[in-house]
Design a protein around this ligand. Structure first.
Ligand code: 13P
Length: 239
């Protein structure tokens, strides 16, 4: 399992449903990993094996995993198959999966637990919608997502939490720096066990705001969507 304690910052590229062979070739030729940080590329699953791990701080991440371990579940990929293919990280409970694929906290909990059993680090995504934010339900929403989707086996060494406000994803909007720091602080104080967890921020992170976000005291890195598709932009973010 990757030694998370070794890194002060973790940057995860989530390509979502984007990319093809020529995009990958160009991207991996130009990618410049900074050895002080942990960099993870979550490509679509058919391209996971294309990542050239030419730097010990560059890792491969999946965007999802099956809640099932094996059997008649057409189209699924299990945690043990990801391990068998040297995948070290896996996103779980991304808001797009919760919204479009009916992923529940219970699914996220089982998937994360299966990943931990295979020594893969689940990146457990949580975040409030705009409606929840406007109704002052951010704390309640995050608290129940954490309580129900983080398995008992998760500790700061084998799991990550990513705070991604749903309203900030792909919109160009972000919470203020104070708000981000406060929410991360809240997450780390939901329970003593979360105090040492690394918590990443995601939602409209770009090269123009990544430095100030990453420098916040309670932020341990970023989960980047759209901006990670431009390798020059991503190189700047991780530099
Ligand atoms: P954007 O960076 O495009 O807002 O997406 C964030 C995200 O969903 C990363 O998982």
């Amino acid at each position: 399992m990757v030694n998370l304690d070794k890194y002060s910052s973790i940057f995860i590229a989530n390509w979502k449903l984007n990319g093809n062979s020529s995009f990958l070739k160009d991207y991996y030729e130009k990618l410049k990993v900074n050895s002080n940080n942990c960099t993870v590329i979550c490509s679509p699953s058919v391209y996971l094996k294309s990542l050239k791990r030419n730097n010990e701080n560059l890792f491969c991440g999946a965007q999802d995993v099956s809640a099932y371990k094996e059997g008649a579940y057409t189209g699924e990929l299990s945690a043990s198959m990801l391990k068998d293919n040297n995948i070290d990280f896996c996103l779980v409970g991304h808001s797009e999966r919760r919204q479009y694929f009916s992923e529940t906290n219970d699914n996220v909990n089982i998937k994360s637990s299966n990943l931990i059993e295979e020594n893969i680090i689940p990146v457990i995504c949580i975040g409030e919608t705009l409606e929840q934010k406007e109704n002052n339900l951010t704390e309640e929403t995050l608290s129940s997502q954490i309580k129900d989707s983080v398995p008992n086996s998760a500790i700061h060494l084998n799991a990550l939490i990513a705070y991604e406000p749903v309203w900030a994803i792909g919109t160009g909007l972000t919470p203020t720096l104070d708000e981000i720091n406060q929410v991360h602080d809240l997450i780390k104080n939901f329970d003593t066990k979360f105090r040492s967890f690394k918590v990443l921020y995601g939602g409209s992170v770009k090269s123009s705001n990544s430095k100030e976000i990453t420098e916040l005291s309670q932020v341990d890195g970023c989960l980047i969507g759209g901006a990670s598709l431009n390798v020059d932009e991503f190189n700047t973010i991780i530099s």
